[in-house]
Design a binder for this molecule. Structure first.
Ligand code: SF4
Ligand code: SF4
Length: 152
């Protein structure tokens, strides 16, 4: 990854590996979906997403409250730089990194395109007001909270 700090016009059309660090960070839409807990069928290996969310996500802003310590505090916290190269199915289908890794354009509601978070909120993309903290759900009960995505 390039380390320059300039932001190129419409950089989100570029391949992920050509983005500099600032552009990489700006690509995140801030949906919070990657902070939802997942369960995987042991036989089929199919991944199911739940509405149970990591205790460190501020659900109103969709920001991690422990960003610098996240890997230590939550070993299962997704490292997007690794995941998109290995198996992008572990990222939500709307995730900007997954879309670009698959050569797809961003959705119309992405803040880089719509220039605000309003369209995301209107389309129900963020997890705000839709999830339960893991503090309130026993891990054995995650299957009761499996969800289907809105992928508009
Ligand atoms: S799912 Fe992707 S775009 Fe959304 S917050 Fe997570 S890393 Fe960012
Ligand atoms: S530690 Fe932070 S980034 Fe990682 S899953 Fe939890 S809230 Fe999300």
């Amino acid at each position: 990854m390039k380390s320059e700090s300039s932001i190129r016009e419409k950089f989100w059309h570029l391949p992920l590996e050509e983005l500099n660090e600032l552009e990489w960070e700006l690509l995140c839409d801030g949906c919070g979906r990657c902070c939802l807990k997942k369960i995987q069928d042991e036989e089929s290996e199919e991944v199911f997403w739940t509405r149970v969310v990591c205790r460190y996500l501020d659900q109103s802003s969709c920001r991690c409250t422990e960003y610098k310590e996240r890997s230590t505090l939550v070993p299962s916290c997704l490292d997007v730089r690794q995941v998109y190269q290995q198996n992008s199915n572990w990222m939500p289908a709307t995730c900007a990194y997954r879309l670009r890794a698959e050569g797809k354009p961003l959705f119309h509601w992405h803040p880089l395109i719509s220039e605000s978070k309003e369209a995301m909120l209107a389309d129900g993309i963020t997890v705000t007001d839709k999830c339960l903290s893991e503090d309130n759900v026993h891990a054995d009960g995650y299957q009761e909270h499996v969800i289907k995505w809105v992928e508009s």
